[in-house]
Design a protein around this ligand. Structure first.
Ligand code: HEM
Length: 453
């Protein structure tokens, strides 16, 4: 069941002390709690609960034991409080949320450019963003001026009454942040720069770069939009939006089992991701270590963003056999070619009786997998942004996002192979590109970016 957004209360935000605690909390959040009233598909709203309480129905919903001791009002309050924590991903913690957090249903991504040359203003912006993000992710309204008829409300209001929806807000800075405007050039991570031009890239300036990258994810699009809109509002005078992209996956309502989501080419996308519950794997592949340098990036991660347009119309005319050879997996099950189950081991040496490799060497997975030693954590979303007026075709594709400990040893290493030989290139074209150094997590009392600023 979901919690419901209301005015900020004293001591509201939650704090995960450690990564383990955060991971435990997130794991717990991913499971429906024992005795939960409903799954996502049959959510009971606060108004419905109140109605039920009024007619004595709440006792029925709660079951005999607790109901016998507590009044309906008490029961409602305790349920709403419990619901709030079920639907919240902690904002504070060792690492930023939104990286190893299981992907929510929607994304609102934004790149910002700073318009100030005053470092103090940048620091103030991050402090204000921290406070607003802690409020929005915990489902409270931003600020305290929401009832004063003589002032613009401090929260824009469209998420009032809506649950926290497992919102996460993840912040990073792009290479241009270190161009000397703020005296931080010496803190730029070694080799951190925009991605090189890959073969076949058709990048458009309007989808590239940014001083700051913000990934907002939530299980409700209106809640996600509200968060991004308020961050942009708070930034007025200090930073402006450079580009934005909304995206989606299937919702939990459509897929209560939470199976691997499919991309717009119809294939399960995410099967080969590393296991986020394995702390050692995350340390090896995702979290930047202090010893990697610079020290301020310890427990952070590098984000690669590519806006990849799909040539959907061409894909739709290709045969199923071609489609499966393109990815190197079966469409229906997601299994490696020649195997039956999605998570069966990918064996690139397996051959047909005629001696041909079962997985074509130029298929997407063969190239992306390589010898299996280098991987990234993909957290992509489908996008559909209306019509391309020039061609009359859908502007739809994948907002590819990956997190990695080292951009060049991981993302660039893989993408160079894909750009040269991937069979998938016939059906996709990279239109946008950005990279961001995502800060470590924030502790209570601290602010986003405080290890750098
Ligand atoms: C529109 C663009 C793309 C689409 C539609 C796409 C789709 C897929 C699909 C369907 C799979 C197989 C299932 C899975 O393991 O998730 C896959 C695997 C993978 N893709 Fe992509 N992908 C795209 C772009 C990229 C890019 C840009 C990269 C990185 C540079 C990448 C890296 C990977 C990796 C590392 C795997 C896992 C390979 C393994 O099994 O070890 N993909 N992708």
């Amino acid at each position: 069941m979901k919690g419901f957004r209301r005015q900020k209360e004293q001591g509201a935000p939650q704090h995960a002390e450690s990564h383990k605690e955060q991971a435990d909390l997130e794991k717990k959040d991913a499971q429906p709690a024992d005795g939960e009233l409903s799954g996502k598909s049959t959510t009971v709203s606060r108004r419905e609960l109140l109605k039920l309480a009024g007619v004595g129905g709440l006792g029925l919903l709660l079951g005999g034991g607790v109901g016998a001791v507590l009044s309906a009002g008490q029961r409602l309050e305790s349920m709403v409080t419990e619901a709030d924590t079920q639907d919240v991903v902690p904002f504070y913690g060792k690492h930023q949320a939104g990286i190893v957090t299981p992907a929510q249903d929607f994304i609102c991504f934004a790149a910002f450019d700073l318009t100030t040359s005053d470092k103090e203003q940048v620091r103030s912006l991050f402090k204000a963003w921290t406070e607003a993000s802690a409020a929005m992710t915990s489902g409270t309204l931003i600020g305290t001026d929401n009832e004063n008829l003589n002032l613009p409300p401090s929260d824009t209001g469209e998420a009032a009454g809506l649950s926290p929806s497992r919102t996460t807000i993840t912040f990073g800075v792009g290479p241009s942040f270190f161009d000397g405007r703020y005296g931080l050039a010496g803190f730029k991570p070694a080799g951190f720069r925009e991605l090189p031009r890959f073969q076949g890239d058709a990048l458009e300036e309007q989808w590239c770069g940014g001083d700051i990258g913000v990934q907002v994810c939530a299980n409700d699009l209106q809640v996600a939009f509200h968060a991004l809109r308020n961050l942009a509002r708070i930034a007025r005078g200090t930073a402006v939006l450079r580009w934005t992209q909304e995206g989606f996956q299937r919702t939990a309502q459509a897929d209560p089992a939470g199976s691997t989501p499919r991309n717009l080419l119809g294939f399960k996308d995410g099967t080969g991701n590393p296991d986020t519950s394995k702390a050692d794997e995350m340390k090896r592949l995702v979290w930047t270590q202090s010893s990697d340098g610079p020290a301020w990036m310890g427990n952070g991660s590098y984000m690669a963003v590519r806006r990849v347009r799909m040539r959907i119309e061409v894909w739709d005319r290709s045969t199923l056999g071609d489609q499966e050879d393109t990815f190197g997996r079966h469409r229906s099950s997601g299994a490696p070619l020649g195997k039956a189950k999605e998570f069966d081991k990918l064996d690139l040496t397996a051959t047909s009786p005629e001696g041909k490799p079962l997985t074509p060497p130029t298929s997407h997975v063969a190239l992306a997998h390589g010898d299996g030693s280098i991987n990234i954590l993909r957290r992509s979303y489908s996008y559909s942004s209306g019509l391309d007026k020039q061609t009359g075709q859908l502007d739809a594709g994948l907002l590819f996002i990956s997190y990695q400990r080292d951009l060049f040893k991981q993302f660039v290493h893989i993408q160079e192979k894909l750009a040269r030989n991937d069979k998938l290139n016939e059906y996709i074209v990279h239109k946008g590109s950005a990279v961001f150094a995502c800060f470590p997590g924030v502790s209570q009392g601290g602010y986003i970016g405080d290890t750098l600023l």
